[in-house]
Design a protein. Structure first.
Length: 399
């Protein structure tokens, strides 16, 4: 099928053969190693005249949701009261969290239970976020009230969700969330933090087992072998201790990236346009793109999602000039690895399928696939392939 007939390409898309010769694509088709995460301000680019402009603060809107969206979720007790009174409460909450995760509602990358609040870092699946959180919080609150013979609301208002730009914020938020018990004085030092049973930090370091936590996705960012990855992750967390409470990690587009309203006010007005939104942690362009493209999760059952993925896999195999057999047998050839990363992005971000099962379907283990997703997103951007367009194409072929 010629490039001009590929429905998931942007209008005016140049032939893929021409794109493959571009320097940007050559970089993405090489070894795919991490070439540096960059600073939190890496998305703020000054033009030659050295100025940035900024738009008006956007009012709070409805939740941004869709399959494969990365969320930092925060829940607080009403009037700052305790939401966990004993170990039985915590175990009950973790069991409910595990059940929802193992049924494919989301993938959990980081979590921390505090006396009067909690943090979760999740990537949503096909199930709408509000419905999942309703099941989690509603079920837990009812059990809590019965156990402690109380009535009324347990949680303050609705939960807070901030959509996160994966690069460079995913790892920053993993570290920020897992350092919460130390900052709050629940543990005295980093050694005690590694044994704290009510966060994902001890799971990443192998001190406790929670099969539902997406360990491979996080550790895959730090190394190819588990031992090596854990050493690098531990060092990364140690380096974050002196960074404090990090108000820049709680949403607001460029406002947060620039270090608060004071940082934005210090920026001059220029020609660049940036967006602010309390529901988003990311660069201005990411906020604008997200608001333009985010859509409700498609109403898919698992069977239809996998059938759609088989059509999408065939499309992307043809686009990258590789065979489907190579794509599903773990080939390390560069073009195959690039195509597999792209398929993984569509499966996880577009169809909300779990990384572990997608990896198995593509003939690889979860860690390398999870590590390749960031590169796959870059690759799709370079090729101007839109995830939602690919999903629509796959669903149409499944009719």
């Amino acid at each position: 099928m010629p490039a001009s007939e590929l429905p998931w390409l942007d209008p005016g898309q140049p032939p893929l053969a021409a794109i493959r010769s571009s320097s940007s694509l050559k970089l993405l088709l090489t070894d795919g190693k991490d070439r540096g995460r960059g600073s939190l301000n890496s998305f703020i680019t000054l033009k030659a005249h050295g100025e940035l402009s900024y738009g008006a603060r956007m009012p709070r809107g409805p939740r941004l949701d869709g399959p494969g969206v990365l969320h930092h979720l925060m829940v607080r007790g009403i009037e700052h009261r305790a939401i966990f009174q004993d170990e039985l409460d915590r175990r009950d909450f973790v069991a409910r969290l595990a059940t929802l995760t193992m049924t494919g509602a989301w993938e959990v990358y980081a979590w921390a239970l505090m006396p009067n609040h909690l943090h979760l870092l999740v990537r949503t699946g096909r199930r709408p976020l509000g419905r999942t959180m309703g099941s989690l919080l509603g079920g837990y609150a009812g059990a809590f009230n019965r156990r402690h013979r109380r009535r009324g609301h347990l949680f303050q208002n609705r939960f807070r969700s901030v959509v996160v730009e994966e690069e460079p914020y995913l790892l920053e938020l993993v570290r920020y969330i897992h350092l919460n018990p130390l900052r709050a004085g629940l543990v005295h030092d980093l050694h005690a933090l590694e044994a704290y049973p009510w966060s994902g930090h001890s799971v990443l370091l192998g001190r406790q087992s929670q099969p539902w936590q997406a360990v491979d996705t996080v550790l895959g960012q730090f190394g190819r072998r588990v031992g090596e990855a854990r050493r690098h992750y531990r060092r990364f967390v140690v380096e974050g201790v002196d960074k404090g409470r990090r108000p820049d990690l709680t949403g607001g587009g460029l406002r947060r990236s620039a270090g608060g309203w004071e940082g934005v006010a210090a920026l001059g007005r220029g020609r660049e346009r940036w967006a602010f939104d309390e529901r988003v942690l990311g660069s201005g362009p990411f906020v604008e793109r997200l608001l333009a493209e985010v859509a409700p999760a498609p109403d898919l059952g698992p069977a239809r999602a996998w059938r759609a993925l088989s059509h999408i896999r065939a499309q992307l195999a043809a686009s990258f000039a590789v065979s489907e057999a190579e794509l599903t047998r773990g080939s390390r050839r560069r073009a195959v690895a690039a195509a597999r990363a792209a398929v993984g992005v569509v499966a996880v971000d577009g169809l909300g399928l779990p990384v572990t099962r997608v990896a198995r379907a593509l003939g690889v283990t979860p860690m390398p696939l999870a590590r390749s997703l960031s590169r796959g997103r870059q690759l799709l951007t370079v090729l101007r392939l839109k995830v939602q367009a690919l999903v629509r194409s796959g669903l149409e072929q499944d009719k």
